[in-house]
Design a protein around this ligand. Structure first.
Ligand SMILES: Cc1ncc(C[n+]2csc(CCOP(=O)(O)OP(=O)(O)O)c2C)c(N)n1
Ligand SMILES: [Mg+2]
Length: 957
């Protein structure tokens, strides 16, 4: 650091200037400068960036009559001389800006290689000599470090040190000048000089030794077992720990981490304090009992591999406690990012008062650890970056860390990305990016601190590209020399991070070699002792059947009715908007009809039933959060949960203004994402188990864009990790001639994944059923019975009176897994055919039975709850009919889709012996539906005709 006195700068005449740069041109011809200033006033972009900075700071160049010393101004210098000086100034300023902009290109950020020198960072590139630079006032170059440098050259050298050291800073792509200035100020003040306290150096060394020893110990003791070693990036461990410490110092109650396989065990051990015994016993399949009251992990009944498991630790830091959560993670890289954002938001939202939830971003800090290859390649990363500026999904700034080991499996950077850095696409989201050499643990921690401070100041995302290498193969069984010999020859020759850091501390005389050895031995002994303590007896290997005893229990019966007075009052309150609200007239009329329903004993349609269900759930004290593409209105204009004032554009949400509500209501239009949003809402539901969280797909089959979240989290999360979720998925599924992508929510996929009470799959045929199933779901939140709920929601049924229900169906009864067609099956001995079907087709069939008394031979059963399979109820129906000739499953989807493959074997088990289960529906098809509405109509007519015509013999089909 330079001397702190104010340095007086001398110009060619020996005159002295202070601060204001125009002094340096006293007595000179300022014509050029003034000309440039005029251009600047017209449009700042017409002048050089460096002059722009000067004009913005110092304003108009002043022509002064006398110098600071009072001597007369010399006016004898030639214009060429002056112009030359000016040009030098501009060039030096350009150089300074380019150091800030391009310094990262030359920074020492890669442990295995040095970056090439950049011509653009040399004096020669600008036609400058050292003495040219020396003459420029240092305060112009580093205005944030006033008075720290003896001359311009030392300021430039300082900038080069800062921007080409072990950290590469990229922040010039930000679109907010305030943020850029803030970062420039912090970086230039802190990274040239900041000292790392001695005791922290020792702690840091200790932490690296622990991380390294952990890997080496397992490598030695459990040869050939996969652990996805962090070696080459051990710095990640103290780096994550640094955030926990900073969270504690800043009263952040939760740190919520997403990470993949790499280094996970090490992070569990050293950031979440999972006991070594617990981890080591997993390597030999022996038992471990948790007696630590501050450590929690849940495991599902059919389990998962150890490097996917998460945990929770209450870390005590002085008198503060920080709850550190590491999310469970499937193999599928990066999808957990969205889930952890949902975790964090749930931890930040206060939902226990009516109205909108109140978010406090200081309640939780989300940290997402990415792989370098996965970050560049996986689209969900960008879906998550796109959350940061939205009201619905932001979490007050996420710390992103790329655990960059410069390889993905066997694929090196030039193969897995098109850009210079793995991190490059984050630039589009105006996220500051700091590349740091993991071989310099101190620089790494300093950069973590800067990232944290940025998050706390601006509540925006920030990205640290922590660059190391991968000492072993992708896993411990892989031989990387076969595929990446050049890289691995470098790695083999490279000392470990701990060795590099130890040498530095020895050179600095922070400790002696003996002391370092002592610390290394202590770390090893700790592992050895833990290993000696664990129960060596291998656990008895259970069968799947034994494991499955831990599956979710069957639903208990729940009273979901609501008395009429309450419903009437809630209905009224939902329509009692403030007088000043100028809603869209037509909408006012449509919603106004909801009042008439109660007054005139009309029917309650789907959207209305949903609003009533929500209102009653809020009254019961359960918060609700509903998001999806255009869900405020509803894709099919059926919800209208948000009213927009036609003049001011302001939004009014009646469910946030119910006097009797005892919990919050949130509803948002989502970003156009399925995987990211569904992951987020799943995460939210896990951390907010008391909240009814609903996600709605625009059309049901768009949910297949989120198939990973469905398969890996929603379907299997409970079985793998014991992770409970009561998430509701609303999937519009109406086979109505709108073409392949707007017909089917791919119901078959949810049925294929259904097992162990992992979720409920329903396809409902009236609005009261929807009301009751939502209320049942809300009632079971936070109980051992809770599981996700998948509903095939209707389209044409939304307003079809046949699918609307009377108030009495809300005040009586409850959710029915199956519904018998009224008027059929009155004389059981005459029934020859029973048709089972579900959803919209059931209503369509019903509408065709104009005179039910003519159909004494027929009964139609709607299966409303497809999973769990309502075996008992179906069995009871079948047992009523002694003269059955046909049992049929009817559907409008193709035979290889919809419910047939799921239902056929289950029905077959229940039908009387010898009777086949027949099929009515579309044939096997590659696409979910025909594209031509006329073909649709024809096919639909055939299905209906076959279903309700006695002589259409089906069993031969
Ligand atoms: C979505 C997805 N695709 C493919 C894989 C298979 N796979 C596992 S690890 C890996 C390489 C990951 O590289 P990187 O992101 O750099 O993480 P690293 O293992 O180097 O820490 C691949 C392709 C996966 N797990 N997830
Ligand atoms: Mg990698």
């Amino acid at each position: 650091m330079m001397a702190c006195e104010i340095i007086m700068n001398r110009d060619v005449d020996g005159m002295i200037s202070e601060g204001n740069p125009w002094h340096d041109f006293l007595g000179l011809n300022l014509g050029y400068l003034i000309e440039q200033y005029d251009l600047y006033l017209e449009n700042p972009d017409q002048v050089e960036e460096s002059l722009k900075v000067l004009f913005a700071k110092w304003g108009e160049p002043q022509v002064e009559e006398t110098s600071v010393t009072g001597t007369a101004i010399s006016t004898e210098l030639s214009p060429t001389y002056v112009l030359n000086k000016m040009k030098k100034l501009v060039q030096v300023m350009k150089l300074a800006e380019n150091i800030r902009l391009y310094g990262h290109l030359e920074a020492d950020i890669y442990p295995l290689e040095k970056q090439e020198k950049q011509e653009i960072l040399t004096l020669a590139y600008y036609g400058l000599t050292e003495s040219d630079v020396r003459e420029i006032p240092a305060d112009i170059i580093c205005p944030n470090l006033k008075g720290n440098f003896s001359d311009g050259l030392s300021a430039i050298q300082y900038l080069k040190n800062v921007y080409t050291g072990k950290i590469g800073f990229e922040f010039q792509h930000l679109d907010d000048e305030k943020e850029k200035d803030w970062l420039k100020n912090k970086i230039e003040n802190q990274f040239g000089s900041k000292k790392f306290p001695v005791e922290r150096k020792i702690n840091l060394f200790e932490s690296l030794v622990a991380a390294e020893s952990f890997e080496q110990f397992i490598h030695k003791m459990y040869v050939g077992q996969k652990r996805f070693s962090v070696e080459g990036l051990e710095t990640l461990v103290p780096a994550l720990d640094e955030f926990v410490q900073l969270a504690g110092e800043n009263n952040i109650e939760n740190v919520m981490i997403a990470m993949a396989h790499r280094g996970r065990l090490n992070v569990l051990a050293h950031v979440l304090g999972k006991p070594y015994e617990a981890l080591l016993s997993q390597f030999q399949h022996s038992k471990w009992e948790n007696n630590d009251p501050d450590f929690f992990e849940t495991v599902g009944h059919t389990l998962d591999v150890k490097y996917h498991l998460g945990a929770v630790r209450n870390r005590k830091l002085g008198n503060k406690t920080v709850k550190v959560t590491l999310a469970n993670n499937p193999s599928h890289l990066e999808f957990v990012d969205a889930v952890v954002e949902g975790y964090a938001r749930a931890a930040q939202d206060d939902r226990f008062k009516k109205g909108a939830p109140k978010q406090d971003v200081n309640k939780a800090l989300p940290i997402v650890v990415h792989g370098d290859s996965a970050f560049a390649g996986q689209g969900i990363v960008y879906e998550v970056f796109n959350f940061a500026g939205t009201e619905a999904y932001h979490t007050g700034g996420t710390i992103h860390i790329i655990a960059n080991n410069v390889i993905g499996f066997t694929t090196e950077g030039h193969e897995y990305r098109s850009t210079r850095y793995s991190s490059d696409s984050a630039k589009g989201y105006h996220v500051p990016i700091f590349h740091v050499n993991a071989d310099d643990p101190e620089a790494s921690l300093l950069v973590m601190q800067l990232a944290f401070e940025y998050r706390q100041t601006f509540h925006k995302d920030v990205l640290i590209d922590l660059i190391g290498y991968r000492r072993l193969g992708h896993n411990e069984l892989d031989e990387p020399m076969a595929t990446n010999p050049v890289l691995y020859n470098k790695i083999k020759a490279h000392p470990t991070i701990t060795e590099v850091y130890k040498k530095k501390l020895l050179d600095e005389k922070i400790f002696t070699a003996e002391k370092a050895k002592e610390m290394e031995t202590a770390a090893w002994n700790k592992l050895k002792q833990a290993n000696d303590r664990i129960d060596k007896q291998v656990k008895e290997v259970p069968t799947i059947a034994e494991l499955q005893k831990g599956a979710v229990k069957e639903f208990p019966s729940v009273d979901t009715t609501v008395d009429k007075a309450t419903l009437t009052a809630l209905n009224k309150a939902l329509l009692d908007w403030p007088k000043e609200l100028k809603a869209f007239k037509k909408l006012e009329r449509i919603l106004g009809r909801r009042l008439e329903v109660f007054e005139k004993k009309g029917k309650i349609d789907w959207g209305h039933a949903e609003a009533l269900a929500f209102a009653t759930i809020l009254k019961d004290g359960k918060p609700i959060r509903l998001t999806g593409e255009d869900s405020e209105r509803g894709t099919f204009s059926h919800r209208n949960a948000v009213l927009t004032d036609v003049e001011s554009g302001e939004k009014y949400i009646p469910l946030q203004h119910l006097d009797v509500a005892n919990a919050s209501f949130a509803i948002h239009n989502s970003t156009l994402s399925e995987a990211g949003i569904l992951g987020f809402e799943y995460g939210y539901s896990v951390i907010a188990p008391e909240t009814l969280v609903l996600w709605e797909a625009q059309f049901g089959d768009f949910a297949n864009g989120a198939q990973v979240i469905i398969d890996q989290f929603i379907s299997a999360g409970k079985a793998k990790w014991g992770e409970s979720s009561g998430l509701v998925m609303l999937l519009p599924h109406g086979y109505e001639g709108q073409g392949p992508e707007h017909s089917s929510a791919r119901l078959e996929r949810y049925l294929q994944l259904a097992a162990e009470n992992n979720w409920t799959v329903a396809n409902l045929s009236n609005s009261a059923q929807y009301f009751h199933i939502l209320r049942r779901q809300a009632a079971l939140l936070k109980t051992e019975y809770i599981r996700p709920l998948i509903i095939m929601t209707p389209k044409s049924l939304l307003r079809n009176p046949s699918a609307s229900s009377y108030v009495e169906e809300f005040t009586n009864g409850g959710f029915q897994p199956i519904i018998e067609e009224p008027g059929l099956g009155i004389e059981p001995e005459k029934v020859e055919r029973v048709i089972f079907c579900t959803g919209r087709l059931a209503v369509e069939l019903s509408e065709h039975l104009k005179e039910p008394e003519k159909y004494k031979w027929l009964d139609i059963i709607r299966v409303e709850e497809l999973y769990p399979f309502p075996e008992k109820q179906i069995n009871n129906i079948l047992r009523k009919y002694k003269n059955l000739k046909e049992v049929v499953w009817a559907q409008d989807e193709p035979k290889n889709m919809g419910t047939w493959s799921y239902m056929q074997p289950r029905l077959q088990e229940l039908v009387p012996k010898g009777l086949p289960v027949s099929y009515i529906g579309r044939p096997f098809m590659a696409s979910p539906s025909e594209g031509d509405p006329l073909v649709h109509k024809k096919e639909q007519e055939r299905i209906i005709r076959e279903a309700i015509t006695l002589d259409a013999i089906l069993s031969t089909k």
